[in-house]
Design a protein around this ligand. Structure first.
Ligand code: C2E
Ligand code: CA
Ligand code: CA
Ligand code: CA
Length: 277
């Protein structure tokens, strides 16, 4: 019994050690990824539901690890948040999106806004809003209005985060509430923020075309969005039935595989029209 027990503990300890080593490796790899340019952004079209016309792109982070290949954001962002390195990755993402807008402008393309995801930890930094505002203020006017920020409701639990959002909206930076309808919703908080759009989470949209109970829940949340005078972007629209039902309900905007997967920047550019003079 005891022998077995001790063996157990040893295995457990070595498991913990392996975990710790893995985490250290991942942290080192994330730093290196920033230094060595292993991150890139891909761009998923956001469309107007009536004409399927492009109205914006969401910038989504991609990491090509030199040995492990492509690693999905959900496999490293939670860890990057734990270690705090997400703040530098987030700064990189914002800079990259700004650089991309400039490049498209210089290529003579008519711009649509790019929305950039912001993590809870970034928003909780006292200087975050000021830094972003200064960064955008330094840009030519045509560029300033082309960046929006996406944040989730769960990032708003702290006073500092709310303060950041107030500063950003006062500076007229569009804020999209991401993953709306998941987890808790603090409606009084949401109603007090000058948000630009609500992004309805994919879990609200999935199979919406043929499930009456599901439709009623979604309809109630759409009424809520109406009451808050907020436009909705439906996320994760995968089928024509979903798109049709949403359009019938008066939803203006959507994003999802039915319209397009996230696109590499060169492909995304092909969806932009030439600037009309
Ligand atoms: P999110 O912000 O909710 O982004 C939407 C996710 O849904 C993306 O996954 C997108 O590829 C995926 N998606 C889009 N349309 C569909 C669809 O029709 N069906 C399905 N099943 N999925 C769809 P992705 O790119 O893997 O990103 C996952 C999450 O990682 C994002 O969720 C976001 O929370 C986070 N993330 C991505 N880029 C960044 C970033 O630059 N900064 C931060 N802080 N987080 C990021
Ligand atoms: Ca998002
Ligand atoms: Ca989302
Ligand atoms: Ca999400």
């Amino acid at each position: 019994g005891k022998e077995l027990g001790r063996g157990h503990i040893r295995r457990f300890e070595s498991h913990m050690a392996t975990q710790a080593v893995r985490q250290l490796e991942l942290e080192r790899d994330l730093r290196r990824a920033l230094q060595e340019g292993q991150f890139r952004l891909v761009y998923q079209p956001q469309v107007a539901l009536d004409k399927a016309e492009l109205i914006g792109f969401e910038a989504l982070l991609r990491w090509r690890h030199p040995e492990r290949g492509e690693i999905a954001p959900n496999d490293f962002i939670p860890f990057a948040e734990q270690t705090g390195i997400i703040c530098r990755i987030g700064e990189w993402a914002l800079d990259c999106a700004i650089w991309q807008i400039k490049a498209w402008h210089e290529a003579g393309l008519a711009l649509v806004p790019i929305s950039v995801n912001v993590s809870a930890l970034q928003l909780a930094q006292p200087l975050f809003a000021q830094t972003v505002i200064a960064r955008l203020d330094a840009l030519p006017a045509y560029l300033r209005s082309q960046i929006a920020l996406e944040l989730t409701e769960s990032t708003l639990m702290h006073e500092q985060a709310l303060d950041s959002v107030h500063q950003l909206t006062e500076a007229e930076i569009p804020i999209f509430m991401d993953d709306f309808g998941t987890g808790y919703s603090n409606l009084s908080t949401i109603s007090q923020l000058a948000l630009s759009k609500l992004k309805f989470d994919r879990s609200l949209i999935k199979n919406i075309g043929n499930d009456a109970a599901h439709q009623r829940v979604c309809r109630a949340l759409l009424d809520l969005a109406d009451a808050l005078a907020l436009d909705v972007i439906a996320e994760g629209v995968e089928t024509q039935e979903e798109a049709q039902w949403l359009a019938q309900q008066g939803v203006l905007y959507a994003q999802g595989y039915w319209f397009s997967r996230p696109l590499e920047s060169q492909i995304a550019a092909q969806h932009l029209k030439p600037k009309t003079k």
